[in-house]
Design a protein around this ligand. Sequence first.
Ligand SMILES: Nc1ncnc2c1ncn2[C@@H]1O[C@H](COP(=O)(O)OP(=O)(O)O)[C@@H](O)[C@H]1O
Ligand SMILES: [Mg+2]
Length: 250
Amino acid sequence: MNKIVFEEVTKSFGTVIAINGLNLCVAEGEVHALLGHNGAGKTTTLRLLLGLLEPDNGNIAVFGHNPLKDGHAVRSMCGVLSEDVGLYEPLTVYDNLLYYADIYGMNRVESNKRIDELLGRFDLFDKKGLIIKGFSTGMKKKVALIRAMLHRPRILLLDEPTNGLDPVSTTDLRNMLSELAKQQGATIIMTTHNLEEAQKMCDKISIFRHGQNIFTDSISALKDSAQYMDNGQFSLEKLYMELETAGARQ
Ligand SMILES: Nc1ncnc2c1ncn2[C@@H]1O[C@H](COP(=O)(O)OP(=O)(O)O)[C@@H](O)[C@H]1O
Ligand SMILES: [Mg+2]
């Protein structure tokens, strides 16, 4: 019940098959990376999970809810950081966050407390009254991540969260996510191209290729297996390259 499950899901856009018999299972409390090249179907998977797209075939369950029939319940459980960030540039950091807190149905006292707490933790407190326009990509991502976390969602969906972030912001983000996963038991699904980041941030990985999940395993099991060692160190890169080569031969 308390898991996110995709069973044999397909989704096409015209003649493009974006998702092609996808099977995926993410348990509650897991930090799970979806890895794969551009066009592999990662973003489409997140949109299906949120009930923003209708699958052509197959079943999706999010903690027992069908995202299409029960879209509101699913979306209210989720905090989302989309690739395009989607902040209102003419508004201040505070106004952007407050706007969403209102949508999430938080009362003003609770909103102000939570906004201040998260701005403090992300080292953005002194930017609270500034407008978003002119912020760096890293700063915008941090504000958008705070927005996604405001209502303490059970599920956090992060689409390429560290794309465009400097190393310091990436480390900040990594710390925030592990704290969120550990303290609040949040279930986190993040998409990324960055293997090193997946290895550091996640419990499990799934590798997507042409709309299918071609490999799922836990980072700890992978680290224990000698198969993907490179110079005595576990190398996700090596695993990824082997799967890519195997896929290319098919
Ligand atoms: N709204 C859409 N209309 C048409 N094609 C789409 C749409 N969304 C995604 N696609 C196509 O579906 C495939 C998977 O895309 P996407 O899920 O965005 O991949 P990823 O996030 O892994 O880069 C790509 O070929 C993409 O061009
Ligand atoms: Mg994408």
